[in-house]
Write a protein that binds this ligand. Structure first.
Ligand code: SAM
Length: 279
């Protein structure tokens, strides 16, 4: 049996009881190490689970699948994924390859960033398509995520933006580079300026209400609501970060966001339903 086991978002203890029992009885346990991370690191997981973990980077999962599947028809193998195995991650290819090789599989679910973002008070019902923001390079500066945000906002929907965390390779579990909420907000501000220069009708402005979320589920989880401009100069600490661009805001959502509006006096500002702050 191949078990896909979600680890949750916070630390080693977020694995479910069912997941932990399976990890302890499997013959091999792989830790998927490229779509997300737990900041506690591999060693802490190994100590808590009482098992050695084999790192599975993108190359292994996509090109050396046989190594993961070896013997899973006659013994149990676990494949651990941070968050939920099917939350903003697709391991369908591994599922299909397992079935093709005559290997059964089971999924042990856990919390995902896709649902945990509800902690900021924005209703999950009111979210549109999730987008992934990418690191810009000198000559490669795609803006397609902005167009998706625009589609969502045109329908009054919030947008969850996942921010990249790039792992250096197989032997290194911690990402060497991750995008902060401030960097994502800066990229969006630049796109807004580009689109304004082109005379386009904008999806949002510098004053649109956004939410930055860092290390959701961990002890030091940090949530910050503010305008896009304000988030561009925020510092939410270490990885991982996500950001939400609000759509139409229900009064209850506004009340919740005010809880996270920071020390700089934003609490004296009122948010309107048009998703902008007014003084
Ligand atoms: C490709 S998704 C993988 C999601 C994972 N399978 C899950 O179900 O949560 C990884 C992205 O989700 C976001 N993310 C994951 N965990 C997070 C956390 N604890 N706090 C904030 N953002 C997080 C980050 O933007 C990160 O780069």
């Amino acid at each position: 049996m191949l078990y896909f086991i979600g680890l949750g978002l916070g630390d080693c203890k977020d694995i479910t009881v069912k997941g932990l029992e399976i990890v302890r009885q499997c013959s091999r346990v792989y830790l998927e190490a490229y779509t997300s991370i737990l900041t506690v690191g591999k060693e802490a997981l190994e100590e808590y689970y009482g098992r050695e973990l084999l790192l599975a980077d993108r190359d292994m999962v996509e090109q050396q699948t046989d190594e993961i599947l070896k013997g899973a028809d006659v013994s149990d193998v676990a494949f651990l994924v941070v968050g939920d195995p099917f939350g903003a991650t697709t391991h369908s290819d591994l599922v299909l390859r397992a079935l093709n090789a005559g290997i059964q599989y089971r999924v042990i679910h856990n919390a995902s960033i896709m649902n945990a973002v509800g902690c900021c008070g924005l209703q999950l019902y009111n979210f549109g398509e999730t987008v992934s923001i990418v690191f810009w390079m000198d000559t490669w500066r795609p803006e397609s995520f902005y167009d998706k945000i625009k589609k969502n906002r045109d329908m009054g929907l919030h947008t969850l933006c996942l921010l990249p965390s790039l792992s250096r390779g197989r032997k290194i579990y911690e990402p060497t580079r991750y995008m902060t909420v401030a960097q994502a907000a800066e990229q969006l501000l630049e796109i807004l300026q580009n689109r304004r220069d082109r005379g386009e009708e904008l999806a949002m402005t510098e004053d649109t209400v956004c939410v930055g979320l860092a290390r959701v589920g961990a002890e030091d989880q940090t949530i910050r609501s503010g305008t896009l401009q304000e988030l561009a100069s925020s510092d939410l600490g270490g990885p991982l970060h996500s950001m939400i661009i609000s759509g139409h805001l229900h009064p209850l959502e506004v009340d919740m966001l005010k809880l996270f509006s920071g020390p700089e006096g934003l609490k004296t500002l009122k948010m309107t339903n048009s998703s902008t702050y007014v003084s």
